[in-house]
Design a protein around this ligand. Sequence first.
Ligand SMILES: [Zn+2]
Ligand SMILES: [Zn+2]
Length: 208
Amino acid sequence: MIIEKLVVGPLEENTYIIGDGETKQAIVVDPGDEPDRIMDLIKDNNLEVKVIICTHGHFDHIGAAGDIKKETGAKILMHKEDIQTYEAAKDQAAFWGYDLDDIPQPDGFIEEGDTIQAGNLSFKVLHTPGHSPGGICLYGEGIVVTGDTIFQGSVGRTDFPGGSIEELKKSFRRLIELPEETKIFPGHGPESTVGREKETNFFVNELL
Ligand SMILES: [Zn+2]
Ligand SMILES: [Zn+2]
């Protein structure tokens, strides 16, 4: 398995390119900005992008989705409950002082229990609301890509529209109940593992 991470845009968002080394089929997760850098990395690895997944609809995670779709022909998929957030992303970006290109509507929706495949790789969709109503994680192949649900040592904010601390607690609990050796690839900041977060994440105390 090939996992490439790029830190893009003003909010230093992590874009992941996850490819099957054998078939060269790949998934792009959260292409937030800097499409040229993302495309360079896809080409350098000779990957064929099958699908673009947005873990949620915040502008820092979707800003380059339209460009990557245009370049690769891959479909954009996200959870239905984040469509309002997704559609408001341009305004959200403007609020932060950034100008976002128009983003095409998603090509389809994914939900809890769906499987995303690229070559021999297979990931399950976990619906993990809290940071936003339609937040999802991708779990499989010993890793979990978590968007802004969990970070190394912390969790996503819940004070944006549709955020919920109670939902986030449930989602967080699900994630730390995954096998401890599972590697966490978050939407911002460095990687971690489920075991490490169980031990060190401050949010564990919020569950008590
Ligand atoms: Zn977010
Ligand atoms: Zn983010």
